[in-house]
Design a protein around this ligand. Structure first.
Ligand SMILES: [Zn+2]
Length: 297
């Protein structure tokens, strides 16, 4: 569902180009007062030397260190790059600042991560990365995917909440929910165009946030900034309640107050409840039936 491979097929940028791009982005903070939080979202692994050359990494981190306004730095990485060596470098270069590593756990189920997402690492790899980071007082922000393909709405809801609980039990500092959005030239787009995939309902996202907030310790932040919310390719409801509910999700991400979620009564709510109860079970299970239109459920 991710267009990363497509994005990455262009020519590899040079270290200088990355440093320039970073300097340009940072110049937007001119005049801003601290304390600031800087997130380096690379849509990949900042700590992978093939994606971000070591010279670019050192230069970017040094620039962050020299900016006294910056209190927190968040970077993204796959777990295999969370080594003692890399954590020591981050600590040395960023000093006492709060550091969080965003890692795409997606689901705490190895089966779902392997079959539905094709991510290529295990929950055990994630747990080890978390412990390595923690030894250097570096936190982990777990990205959790809401409704990967091949899951029903109900299974997606259950999996997201369970993943948040499992991630909190392992010791993550933040859980960030990412509802799937349909990107171009992906398998998900193909399924979506044939009516075989629907991005998660906003009601599902709200319920995931509510149940997670109720069961996770307050020390773990829960955030969600949905892409393409209210649009056909993103998390959406009926069109009438989407804007207000999306705003409530964004507000909740700042306040962490369950009472900020929802607050809208819409006629599409009973339909969502009906789907949670009656939607056909997993497409994985019924794939053989689906090939015969006569028997399609
Ligand atoms: Zn509605």
């Amino acid at each position: 569902m991710c267009s990363y491979l497509l994005d990455g097929s262009r020519e590899q940028p040079s270290s200088e180009q990355l440093e320039e791009q970073f300097a340009r982005a940072m110049s937007k903070l001119d005049g801003a007062e601290g304390p600031l939080s800087v997130k380096l979202y690379t849509s990949g692994s900042f700590l992978d030397p093939e994606e971000v050359q070591l010279s670019a990494r050192a230069s970017i981190l040094a620039r962050l260190r020299n900016d006294q306004r910056i209190q927190q730095v968040v970077i993204e990485s796959r777990p295999e790059f969370v080594s003692d060596e890399n954590m020591i470098q981050l600590r040395n270069l960023l000093g006492e600042r709060e550091i969080e590593l965003g890692v795409g756990l997606e689901s705490s189920s190895d089966f779902i991560r392997r079959i539905c997402i094709n991510k290529g690492f295990s929950t055990e790899n994630f747990r080890r990365a978390l412990e390595t980071a923690r030894a250097h007082d570096i936190g982990i922000r777990a990205y959790v995917l809401v409704k990967p393909p091949f899951l029903t709405e109900r299974d997606a809801l259950l999996d997201s909440v369970k993943t948040a609980r499992d991630a909190a039990a392992m010791g993550v500092t933040t859980v960030s929910f990412n509802p799937v959005n349909v990107q171009k030239y992906t398998l998900v787009e193909r399924m979506w165009s044939k009516g075989e995939y629907r991005p998660p309902w906003l009601w599902t996202v709200l319920e995931v946030l509510r149940q997670s907030r109720e069961s996770l310790p307050r020390s773990v932040d829960i955030v969600c900034d949905p892409v393409a919310a209210g649009k056909g390719r993103g998390t959406h409801n009926c069109g009438k309640c989407d804007d207000l509910l999306t705003a409530s999700v964004r507000l909740f991400s700042l306040t962490q107050e369950i009472t900020d979620l929802g607050g809208v009564d819409c006629e599409c709510l009973p339909l969502w409840r009906h789907i949670l109860e009656h939607e056909d079970s997993s497409l994985l299970v019924h794939d053989d039936l689906r090939s015969n239109p006569e028997q399609r459920l």
